[in-house]
Design a protein around this ligand. Structure first.
Ligand code: KG4
Ligand code: ZN
Length: 356
């Protein structure tokens, strides 16, 4: 099946074509530089930008892959969770194409798509434990199959990427902050007593990162010399690390605090689900050097396979939507024209139409 995937849940407009579970081509327009001016995603600007670029991006995808629209056999769209106005742009294109081409439509859970994405390159083992760690989400899910996902834990406040981005803002480092903080962290060892491992003294699998932000704010208030003098789009990392004593150590300690908190919760989840065969991780924060090490160590310790996809498949993309879409459509899952977008924080309904 040749399946089109449409992804507009946050600040990336992305389209991809997948044929027989393999990627044919993809186009992605990132709004990162626009939102960087504001230190975070501005929802109204995001949806307007999606609308501006999505049509030309579709034409470019067809041209680059020498595909005619009529050859598309199925249409998959991220239907949530995400920014409502942004999701609606993707749904508009998906429904328009489904009607005009008379092809089946399926709405895909953006988080499930993240966890299925490595299926584009390797066989997936089920049951699997999945971690989505991004700027908008921090969730642990148990995937019994591609169609049966139960969410075991989630963040109660900030997403893990937000903890990085907000820390970066306090330190006058550019958005998105995780990359710069991770780069600075390479210049020091963590002080494991500096920051708490937040929200681990309980029995659950949820996260809470807002306390960590407060702890960082206190350290920054007591040590104003940690803050970069001006926010540069691409700061000189070695120069910053050398000129701000303690900054690299704070960044390394934040990495340690976050990665070891996630490791603790994943081990707890593994202990409760010994049937799990693989640990899949996705989301922009999985680029983090310390987290990647801890994830590999967790998998090894629990005797399961670590599935850490390459970065283009970890961050928001449409290949994962097209892939998940083809898996769902081929198994007879679809949606009608009443398919709705679901904003962040709301559960996604199980409202598939079964056509077999
Ligand atoms: O999945 P993603 O690309 O998109 C959204 O969630 O929108 O994730 C972006 C997040 C940002 O919060 C960014 O700070 C974080 O991923 N990030 C990192 C690293 N690279 C990106 N966090 C920690 N370490 C990194 N190396
Ligand atoms: Zn995402």
């Amino acid at each position: 099946m040749l399946c089109l995937g449409i992804e507009t849940s946050c600040d990336e407009t992305a389209l991809a074509l997948v044929r027989d579970k393999r990627l044919v081509g993809q186009k992605l327009a990132s709004q990162e530089r626009m939102h960087a001016l504001f230190g975070g995603v501005v929802p109204e600007l995001a949806s307007r930008e999606h609308l501006r670029v999505i049509g030309p991006l579709f034409d470019a995808l067809l041209a680059e892959t020498t595909t005619r629209a009529e050859e598309i056999e199925g249409i998959a769209v991220a239907r949530g969770p995400g920014l409502l106005g942004s999701l609606l742009v993707g749904l508009g294109l998906a429904k328009g194409l489904a009607i005009s081409l008379d092809r089946p439509l399926v709405g895909i859970n953006h988080l499930v798509a993240h966890l299925l994405a490595p299926g584009l390159e390797q066989e997936l083992d089920f049951p699997a434990l999945g971690l989505v760690a991004s700027g908008g989400h921090t969730q642990i899910g148990l995937l019994t199959s591609p169609f049966a996902v139960s969410w075991l834990g989630r963040t109660l406040d900030d997403a893990v990427g937000e903890a990085y981005d907000k820390t970066a803002r306090m330190l006058n480092l550019p958005y998105p902050g995780g990359k710069t903080i991770d780069a600075l962290a390479q210049f020091a060892d963590p002080d494991t007593g500096l920051l708490p491992r937040p929200y681990v003294d309980n029995q659950n699998l949820d996260f809470s990162f807002s306390g960590l932000k407060t702890a960082v704010a206190r350290i920054v208030a007591d040590n104003p010399r940690l803050v970069a003098p001006v926010m540069e789009a691409e700061p000189d990392i070695p120069e910053l690390a050398a000129s701000r004593p303690g900054l690299a150590e704070l960044c390394a300690s934040l990495n340690w605090s976050i990665a070891s908190t996630i490791r603790l919760k994943l081990r707890r989840a593994m202990a409760r689900h010994p049937e799990v065969k693989a640990l899949i991780a996705a989301g922009g924060v999985v680029a983090n050097s310390c987290l990647r090490r801890e994830l590999a160590a967790t998998a090894e310790e629990c005797g399961v396979r670590a599935v850490l996809p390459r970065m283009e498949l970890c961050t928001d993309n449409a290949a994962m939507i097209a892939y998940a879409g083809s898996v769902y459509l081929e198994a007879g899952y679809a949606h009608g024209m009443d398919l709705d977008a679901v904003p962040r924080g709301k559960p996604l309904p199980d409202d598939f139409i079964r056509v077999s």
